[in-house]
Design a protein. Structure first.
Length: 223
């Protein structure tokens, strides 16, 4: 009777992808939104970084209007893992679409002129980057969020080859499915990657996970 080939789980596949990225890139950062998906990616990267005795960046872009528990989760992840993480907590004024108003279709978060009506106070932890200590020389005040994220890797990777890890899953939307399956420039033919610019590539290591897989991961590994 023929032996059955062991089935690779989505977790095993993600770990294999992440190890490939760690092999290929010296500069790595995780785009961490404080959500369950990017949290799973960050936790897996922390485990691999510890095994390899590596340090990676973890980037949290703070949109000002944020849940208290989400902020607490970011603080927990950053403070408990500084042996392998170089946290970057961005509180720079940027614009994004405002779906809550017909009169003001664009919202600027951390707008100094609107300080009296900020949703919450500016965080004061040591990882915060704001207008007083901005390290992103290409940043333009109130620039669109979508433009800002294109260039973060250039700074964090010092202009060298850099991997950005993003926790999107194709199950969630057609746009996210297209991010994996559309015609694009990839890194060494890996469909779970997208070239951002000359030096930076996005990678989506959990693109094939279902929501059940996310919660199974947290439950199994007590994350």
């Amino acid at each position: 009777m023929a032996e059955r080939t062991p089935v690779m789980t989505v977790y095993d596949a993600a770990v294999k992808r992440l190890n490939f990225i760690f092999d290929e890139f010296e500069h790595i950062y995780v785009s961490f939104s404080s959500g369950k998906d990017s949290g799973a990616v960050l936790n897996m990267c922390i485990d691999i970084a510890r095994q390899r005795k590596r340090k990676i960046h973890a980037v949290f872009i703070d949109l000002e209007a944020w849940y208290k528990r989400s902020e607490e989760y970011v603080i927990k992840m950053f403070s408990e893992n500084e042996d392998v993480l170089m946290p970057v907590w961005i509180c720079l004024p940027m614009e994004s679409p405002n779906s809550l108003s017909f009169e003001n279709p664009v919202w600027i978060w951390w707008d100094e002129e609107k300080r009296p009506i900020w949703v919450r106070n500016m965080p004061e932890n040591k990882w915060v980057i704001n207008e007083r200590n901005n390290i992103f020389t290409w940043y333009r005040k109130n620039m669109p969020f979508e433009d800002f994220v294109k260039y973060i890797g250039n700074t964090l990777g010092n202009g060298e080859k850099t991997a950005c890890l993003v926790g999107i899953r194709t199950q969630e939307s057609l746009n996210r499915w297209r991010a994996i399956n559309c015609s694009k420039t990839t890194y060494k033919g890996k469909k779970y990657s997208t070239q951002v610019n000359d030096h930076v590539f996005n990678f989506y290591p959990i693109f094939d996970w279902r929501v059940e897989d996310i919660w199974a991961y947290y439950g199994k590994f007590h994350k």
